[in-house]
Write a protein that binds this ligand. Structure first.
Ligand code: GLU
Length: 502
């Protein structure tokens, strides 16, 4: 019987969540949904030096914002806990020792100073098959020396003993058959001097304990795969090993190398899902959410970085991705990140979302800008009127601010050169008898009055718009006037006439 599908996203809580991490989480989530499986969040926090306060909560918040909430996680555990690696600490040592007993690992007592000496002596020093017999470990010391060192609580680590001249093969669901020669692999530490496992041991023990069926992770973990595969074998668990899928890298916009946070800083776009504030320095790095992306767009954009459904379709809602996702259609090649394209997705998603869906975010943006919206149905109408013009959520502020307060400044350069006392007269007359029951009636009335006064209506539309909006932008000017209402429109016309006349 096939194993039940259980997948995991296993981030280390060390800081902001890179969009590549979110994509790994997304592909795990989609695969679980597609196969009626379980999506697990496991926090890989065994590296105490890299642990960052608040990072775990932040990761959970990011996943929730994206709408890809795990089925099992530290705060919502299932039957496979603990979900934080550090809480499993007591169980790792016995596996490391079992490996020693079976001849697949050894104690190493080399001090940091001794290792430094070796590094100076041997260029590109690697602790492994070429050097292990020159070091202070249970392969070179006698049994009684080792026992003495252990009973004196001498600091030590446990290292895997990588076999010589072997080829480790495995099937990667994305890359096909992958093989590594063991000569390229060093004797990685499995258990550290503080008793904590390293990532290599922990990932295998945890994937086994949590009955993980498929391990999706970034391509940067590919070089670690042979170590993990050997461990699965050496621990006697080979038949339970998950299937591997190493996801293509997300590349810099120019395609040269992996996209890093620094590229975002340098090129002015976010790389993290949400704002991240480093608790030590207080430095804040902006995220997609706060930049004004909708989660629907962010997820859609990420899904298409390295996957497609075989057609030209680019817009996918999460539910559709859940249905259509397949590993077979993940590409091997790295995917270039393109911020303009990311914004395109957002624009497309803003256009199709309902005013009700957009309103809470738009309200918040307006609030940041000092506008407190009280009337929801007024806001819904405005959103529907302007959403086609908004790419990022803050654009709603620039595009709608004039609905909430009269312009403080006008683009007078666009009006004044052609402004005449006759035009001022026209607007005065128009304001006196303004009828704003319906946009097309209002437009007809405006044009009729213009013609009566000897103007081409076209010459008056731009000044009218600038009177109401302040600048040369926005939806249909009569739609704007109707929403503002006759009283406010009249008052704006009068105020602007005074400015244009001066
Ligand atoms: N803790 C690793 C990370 O931070 C997980 C790699 C894996 O999924 O095996 O990405």
């Amino acid at each position: 019987m096939d194993k039940k599908v259980r997948v995991r996203f296993a981030p280390s809580p060390t800081g902001g969540l890179h969009l590549g991490g979110v994509r790994t989480a997304l592909f795990n989530y989609l695969f679980a949904k597609k196969n009626n499986g379980t999506f697990v969040l496991r926090i890989e926090d065994t590296d105490q030096n890299r642990f960052v306060e608040g990072a775990e909560e932040y990761i959970v918040d990011c996943l929730n914002w994206c709408g890809i909430t795990p089925d099992e996680s530290p705060n919502n555990p299932g039957n496979y806990g603990p979900y934080r690696q550090s809480e499993r600490k007591p169980s790792y040592r016995k596996f490391a020792e079992q490996l020693i007993t079976d001849g697949y690992a050894y104690y190493a007592f080399d001090t940091p100073e001794e290792l430094d000496v070796k590094r100076k002596e041997i260029s590109n020093f690697q602790y492994g098959q070429a050097t292990r017999m020159q070091m202070r470990n249970s392969l070179t010391l006698t049994i009684s020396e080792v026992e003495d060192l252990l009973s004196a609580n001498t600091p030590h680590v446990i290292r895997i003993k990588i076999p010589e001249n072997e080829v480790v093969h495995f099937n990667d669901l994305i890359r096909g058959d992958v093989s590594f020669e063991t000569a390229q692999v060093d004797d990685k530490v499995l258990l550290k001097a503080d008793g904590m496992p390293t990532y290599h041991l922990a990932v295998v023990v945890d994937d086994k304990a949590m009955e993980i069926s498929h391990a999706f992770r970034g391509e940067e973990w590919l070089p670690s795969a042979p170590i993990h595969i050997l461990l699965w074998k050496y621990l006697g668990w080979e038949s339970d090993m998950p299937q591997w899928a190493h996801l293509p890298l997300i590349l810099k916009p120019d395609g040269h190398g992996k996209l890093s946070k620094r590229d975002g800083d340098r090129l002015g776009f976010p790389v993290y899902a949400m704002n991240w504030t480093d608790p030590k320095t207080g430095d804040m790095t902006k995220g997609f959410k706060e930049m004004g992306f909708l989660p629907e767009a962010f997820i859609n954009m990420l899904a298409l970085l390295g996957w497609n459904d075989g057609t030209d379709q680019e817009l996918f809602a999460l539910a559709e991705l859940e249905e259509k996702f397949s590993i077979e259609r993940i590409s091997k090649a790295g995917a270039k990140f393109d911020f303009e394209k990311a914004k395109w997705y957002n624009h497309e998603w803003i256009k199709v979302q309902s005013a009700e869906r957009l309103a809470p975010s738009v309200k918040q943006e307006l609030k940041f800008a000092g506008v407190d919206v009280k009337n929801d149905s007024f806001l819904f109408t405005i959103i529907d009127l302007i959403k086609d013009r908004c790419t990022l959520l803050p654009d709603f502020v620039a595009q709608s601010g004039y609905f909430f307060r009269a312009p403080a400044e006008y683009d007078t350069a666009s009006v004044k050169p052609k402004w005449t006392p006759e035009k001022a007269e026209f607007f005065k007359a128009y304001a006196e008898n303004i009828n704003l029951t319906d946009a097309s009636i209002a437009e007809t009335a405006f044009k009729a009055l213009a013609e009566e006064k000897g103007f081409k209506p076209g010459e008056l539309m731009l000044p009218f718009r600038i009177m109401l909006v302040g600048g040369k932008f926005g939806p249909g000017v009569f739609d704007i006037a109707i929403l503002l209402g006759a009283k406010e429109t009249k008052s704006r016309i009068e105020k602007a006439i005074a400015v244009f006349n001066s």
